[in-house]
Design a protein around this ligand. Structure first.
Ligand SMILES: NC(=O)C1=CN([C@@H]2O[C@H](COP(=O)(O)OP(=O)(O)OC[C@H]3O[C@@H](n4cnc5c(N)ncnc54)[C@H](O)[C@@H]3O)[C@@H](O)[C@H]2O)C=CC1
Ligand SMILES: O=C(O)CCC(=O)C(=O)O
Length: 409
């Protein structure tokens, strides 16, 4: 099952509980626009390179479309469409005035020089500049992109449209970015892990955690959890995993990655593989890298009681069923990692108002938004005796569906 089939399965599941009419189901599952472009450029050595870029605009019933840009060698139209649809439900679950979109380029960014990365990003914006914009579709970071890439995007977009900081979020602070956006997804993962544990009268101090992926999301989630007294016993990245039964020193790991570019060579009690990390005997498992890492073949190995979907789509439907049957509580991606898009919204609001918030305000508002959405999802799940994922989809699809009906076609 590919990423799109997985996302469709979760949508169909929720739609059947909601009794959505076939016509509404078709409307909500059909993307509004799919853009596929050639990104051609000259590499440092003078050779011509051609990449393929995508922007899929899934739904705009609740506002301008919103979602990140992924630079990764596995990006294809199915994956981007799946991720775009998740954004539609995610923005609705946290009730921010956006629809959903996603984009990306099929490329391994680490194989490019900084100059080449910049040029590729600028050529991509040349192709997309007429379909994106602050009131149409607002990109942001995802895997393989960061605030520097967003800086090139805003600069290139402004060459066509003039001063326009709200055209993209996740920008550097110096270029109208929001204090708190970089940490937001990981911080949200941490806050929501606490909220979920609290339902079982537990807290982070008595909790062991394993985190797959130590990029933007995984590293900030690890920092938050460790600061709150949680024991992060395992972390990993593409170079493999590290385990320490007494808890990994997260500040030291961050410093190692800053100096060396990855966890490779970071000392710990023992090295583990990414597969072994997923099967560790911990309380909380947080996949924060690629999609589809928990599938039929390895779902039975999971020993964690709580699974927090920091990545988008880390659990296939087969695995979801196996884990749910085994009593693993899954906090679904469309809420678990929504801290990022929520603070992107705060950044966009600040850009529109030319007024900057301080970090405290951002953190307070983020907690308020995520906690409110979590409690609502929890109440729906409890009342209807359904898993948290189904409850979150009910919230998201319900809000998009109502907006669609009220607006009329
Ligand atoms: N950046 C953001 O604000 C948001 C990101 N997400 C999701 O979170 C996940 C991670 O995104 P970011 O942290 O932004 O990406 P990133 O590019 O900053 O970091 C990705 C991390 O995953 C690791 N990784 C890559 N391939 C791997 C593999 N095969 N096995 C194990 N680790 C691997 C990398 O080494 C790196 O540590 C993605 O699924 C993304 O869609 C979701 C919401 C917002
Ligand atoms: O910050 C944003 O606008 C989108 C982040 C994103 O791509 C995601 O939540 O998956």
């Amino acid at each position: 099952m590919n990423a799109y089939e997985s996302a469709s399965h979760y949508f169909e599941n929720a739609a059947s509980v909601m009794d959505l009419s076939p016509n509404m189901k078709k409307l909500l599952s059909t993307p509004e626009r799919e853009v596929k472009v050639q990104v051609a450029m000259k590499m440092d050595n003078g050779e011509i390179a051609t990449f393929v870029g995508y922007r899929i605009q899934h739904n705009s019933a609740r506002g301008p479309m919103k979602g990140g840009l992924r630079f990764h060698h596995e990006v294809d139209s199915d994956e981007v469409l799946a991720l775009a649809s998740l954004m539609t439900w995610k923005t609705a679950v946290v009730d921010i005035p956006y629809g959903g979109a996603k984009g990306g380029i099929t490329v391994s960014p680490k194989t490019l020089s900084s100059n080449e990365l910049e040029l590729m990003t600028r050529r991509f914006v040349d192709e997309l500049q007429d379909v994106i914009g602050p009131d149409k579709d607002i990109p942001a970071p995802d895997m393989g992109t960061n605030s520097q890439v967003m800086a090139w995007i805003v600069n290139q977009y402004e060459r066509y449209h003039g001063f326009n900081p709200a055209c993209v979020t996740g920008k550097p602070i110096e270029l109208h970015g929001a204090d708190g956006r970089e940490e937001a997804t990981g911080r949200g993962v941490g806050l929501l892990t606490e909220a979920l544990l609290a339902k079982d009268k537990r807290n982070l101090q008595d909790t062991t955690v394993a985190i797959q992926g130590f990029g933007n999301v995984g590293s900030f989630a690890a920092s938050y959890i460790a600061e709150k007294g949680g024991k992060v016993v395992a972390i990993s990245d593409i170079s493999g995993g590290r385990f320490n039964s007494k808890g990994i020193n997260i500040s030291a790991a961050l410093e190692h990655v800053r100096q060396n570019g990855s966890l490779k060579g970071f000392e710990s009690e023992k090295d583990i593989s990414n597969d072994e990390l997923l099967a560790l005997d911990v309380d909380v498992l947080i996949p924060a890298a690629l999609g589809g890492v928990l599938k039929k073949e390895n779902a039975g190995d999971v020993r964690a009681k709580y699974l927090i979907e920091a990545a988008n789509g880390p659990v296939t439907p087969d695995a979801d069923q196996i884990l749910t049957d085994r009593g693993v509580v899954i906090l679904p991606d469309i809420l678990a990692n929504a801290g990022g898009v929520t603070v992107s919204y705060f950044e966009w609001v600040q850009n529109q108002q030319y007024f900057r918030w301080d970090l405290e305000r951002t953190r307070t508002e983020l907690k308020k938004k995520l906690t409110r959405s979590f409690e609502k999802m929890w109440d729906i799940a409890t009342e209807k005796h359904i898993p948290l994922r189904s409850a979150a989809y009910l919230m998201g699809i319900g809000r998009v569906g109502r907006a669609t009906v009220l607006a009329g076609i």
